[in-house]
Ligand binder design. Structure first.
Ligand SMILES: Nc1nc2c(c(=O)[nH]1)N[C@H]1C(S)=C(S)[C@@H](COP(=O)(O)OP(=O)(O)OC[C@H]3O[C@@H](n4cnc5c(=O)[nH]c(N)nc54)[C@H](O)[C@@H]3O)O[C@H]1N2
Ligand SMILES: Nc1nc2c(c(=O)[nH]1)N[C@H]1C(S)=C(S)[C@@H](COP(=O)(O)OP(=O)(O)OC[C@H]3O[C@@H](n4cnc5c(=O)[nH]c(N)nc54)[C@H](O)[C@@H]3O)O[C@H]1N2
Ligand SMILES: [Mo]
Length: 644
């Protein structure tokens, strides 16, 4: 049996076993069901959407390409890079990467090459950025509790996380804790999710009002003396200021603001204060909006009140005692990732190198990105395993092996295991791994670097042999930082953040009121069980073009189930199929992330590219209007031509 660590952008980072199928291995943390994506991975590897040889564009707009050899492809890339570096400077090269494969050899070392060259990067703000900064202000580093704490918790809170879909194996652990130990699950979401359905406390909150709820809970817990005085005294800083600050969040105000009954808020506050230890999973979904960073700050402080060291989970990478940070020296320049469209449009860059991400599908203003990737003055290079939306707009496409076809080291942002991957399947002969491509480029461009030349040797030195043990044993535990240590100026959890003051933020969390103008709805998106973002469409078909709309809104706009609905804002207009449901409150439209629309765009055409006050993307703050596509508009075709 051959083992492999799944390197996809997903909490679980499962260990899979490959024989005739790929399935979750027993005996590891992620044992249990195999997710629909891993089940389909072997099909995806050999799907007809696989890129098998390098191509160069003859006419991008017409989609005409010419097959070339791998050596030719690398020569073209080298000469383009050399020319740009000489003529304009390396910062005119933009590298756009994300977490399509999170392996050390696939992601970190290749990034290292481009950093050494001096290329511009994005700031990686599309996923969990604001929350990481926010938690850091109060805790120093943003790591939280490890998965094992689920089994110890008497209360597990899913706050803006649809774990039943996005963290399948963590959710399975929570259900086990509930069944075996009688632990409680509380979930807070803006709609009735798969996760809420299995929860003991179910809270459906107004979008963007989570920060106010958190401060209201804090106020209630303090006023009713339900907080842990000894813990607060010993481990926290700035409690008095915090207590004053939250006084204005009384139950009446919080209830009006969040749309929640007072009784429910009280019940939750009481349950939270009385059931220790607890763990709060703080979701990225709730954070990906204006005010999201402040909301995460507020939520993250609740465990400090009730006396649980880091009683939350957000992202655990900073807790791993691995010196992988030093593999990627800081970039010469960064641009906001969510604003890629605008930066491409400015014409700032001569070459864009895309790998491990599919911006033409998944980033805000996806259509504007597509349009700008077709510019004559921009050379677009995509290193990909599959014909992604972005690869289809490239000048040069270089095939990559999948994670089943190359050597790598994989780690998680949830658990603390390092997994060694050996190639298990033969790779397409004309593909090149990310590390090998970086090495070829470094050689040709005269960059000498020990890590690129001898990664195993250097990593063994840096990690005291941990990676060597991983290579032998396949899976090793990574030492994890202590939960009760805080790298803040005071060395304590700072309710009143001194770092925030130094960095120009407010020292105490201050939730921002969401502004929803009359006639607008909030477009909320979330994970789909069959896809990882835009991946697996070659196996499962396009991400469904459905928009979930409340019964009340359906009535107001005269929409019936399965009617065509036009969704629009100042960025444009798309058509989707309406699904009328009582699982969503009025004022919200729910779509699957990066869903296709019936008129052949992605929903991200409409998504707001702005940034939260802490810098993160704001997908879930997108405002849209809707109207029914009427019979009068005639055939689908005509309906589309009308809105295009
Ligand atoms: N509407 C909406 N859009 C969203 C979100 C949302 O909530 N709503 N969420 C956002 C979030 S949280 C994220 S993280 C982003 C993710 O967005 P992306 O980073 O664009 O994610 P994917 O679509 O999975 O693209 C990853 C690409 O990497 C490629 N790939 C996989 N493995 C390898 C490999 O080994 N080598 C190479 N070279 N390529 C590989 C895949 O084929 C795929 O094309 O999407 C964002 N988009
Ligand atoms: N199957 C699958 N699993 C995945 C992924 C995938 O693409 N597919 N992607 C992975 C990645 S990159 C990420 S970032 C994670 C994301 O995992 P999650 O954090 O679970 O992310 P989302 O599904 O974007 O959003 C979670 C929930 O937030 C809710 N929400 C939106 N706005 C608010 C709000 O204002 N308040 C509250 N309380 N809730 C709100 C949404 O309704 C949604 O149910 O999942 C990972 N796991
Ligand atoms: Mo993400």
């Amino acid at each position: 049996m051959s083992l492999v660590g799944c390197p996809r952008d997903c909490y679980d980072t499962c260990v899979l076993a490959l024989d005739s199928t790929l399935r979750n291995v027993d005996g590891f943390l992620t044992s249990g069901p195999t997710c629909a994506r891993a089940v389909a991975d072997l099909k995806r590897v050999s799907s007809k959407n696989r890129i098998r040889y390098p191509v160069i564009a003859v006419d991008k707009e017409l989609g005409l390409y010419r097959r070339i050899t791998l050596d030719e492809a690398i020569d073209v890339l080298v000469s383009r890079v050399r020319e740009i570096v000489d003529k304009y400077g390396a910062d005119k090269i933009l590298v756009v990467d994300y977490a399509g494969n999170r392996g050390v050899f696939t992601r970190l070392l290749p990034i290292r090459f481009w950093r050494l060259l001096g290329a511009t990067f994005t700031d990686y703000n599309i996923c969990d950025y604001s929350g990481s900064i926010g938690i850091g202000l109060h805790y120093g580093l943003d790591y939280g509790a490890l998965p094992g704490s689920i089994y110890k918790a008497r209360l597990i809170v899913y706050w803006g996380v649809n774990a039943a879909i996005s963290n399948l194996h963590g959710f399975k652990m929570a259900l086990e804790a509930k069944r075996i130990r009688g632990s409680m699950i509380a979930t807070i979401d803006v709609r009735n999710t798969e996760t809420i359905k299995s929860s003991d406390i179910r809270i459906i909150i107004r979008p963007g009002s989570d920060g106010v709820l958190a401060l209201g809970l804090a106020n209630y817990i303090i006023q009713n003396e339900l907080y842990d005085k000894r813990f607060v005294e010993e481990y926290t800083y700035g409690f008095d200021q915090f207590r004053e600050h939250v006084k204005k969040y009384d139950l009446g105000y919080v209830s009006r603001y969040t749309g929640l009954p007072r009784r429910l808020i009280e019940e939750f506050a009481y349950t939270y204060a009385k059931n220790k230890p607890s763990i709060v999973f703080i979701g990225y979904g709730l954070q990906r909006r204006y005010g999201g960073g402040e909301a995460v700050r507020a939520i993250s402080l609740l465990p400090a009140l009730v006396g649980v060291h880091r009683g939350f989970f957000y992202s655990n990478t900073s807790g791993l005692q691995l010196p992988f940070n030093q593999l990627t020296p800081p970039p010469a320049r960064t641009i906001p990732q969510s604003m890629l469209a605008e930066y491409l449009e400015k014409g700032d860059f001569k070459l864009v190198f895309v790998f491990l991400t599919n911006p033409a599908a998944t980033y805000p203003e996806a259509e504007r990105i597509k349009y700008n990737l077709l510019r004559d003055d921009l050379f677009v290079v995509v290193h990909e395993t599959h014909w992604s939306d972005t690869a289809r707009l490239a000048d040069l496409v270089i095939p990559a092996p999948t994670y089943l076809e190359k050597e790598d080291l994989v780690y998680s942002y949830w658990h603390n295991y390092l997994i060694y991957n050996k190639p298990l399947l033969p790779r397409p002969p004309e593909s090149i791994s990310e590390l090998d491509l970086a090495r070829r480029l470094a050689d040709s461009l005269g960059i000498n670097d020990d890590y690129l030349e001898d990664p195993w040797g250097k990593l063994a030195e840096d990690t005291n042999g941990l990676v060597e043990r991983a290579r032998q044993d396949r899976i090793v535990e990574i030492p994890y930082r202590r939960l009760d240590k805080y790298r803040t100026p005071s060395g304590k959890i700072e309710f009143y953040s001194q770092r925030a003051l130094m960095q120009g933020y407010k020292p105490l969390p201050e939730p921002v009121a969401p502004r929803i103008p009359e006639g607008y709805l909030v477009l909320v998106s979330g994970s789909h069980p069959l896809y990882t973002h835009s991946q697996f469409e070659d196996v499962y078909g396009r991400i469904p073009s459905v928009a979930f709309i409340s019964v009340q809104d359906a009535e107001q706009y005269g929409l019936g189930n399965n009617d065509l609905v036009e969704i629009f804002n100042e960025k444009g207009s798309v058509i989707m199929r309406a699904r009328i449901t009582n699982q969503i409150p009025q004022g919200i439209i729910f779509v699957y992330r990066s869903a296709w629309t019936l008129d052949n765009s992605r929903i991200n055409k409409l998504v707001d590219p702005g940034r939260d006050s802490l810098g993160g993307a704001v997908y879930n703050s997108t405002l849209v209007q809707i109207r029914k596509v009427t019979r009068k508009t005639g055939s689908l075709q005509e309906a589309f031509s009308k809105v295009v």
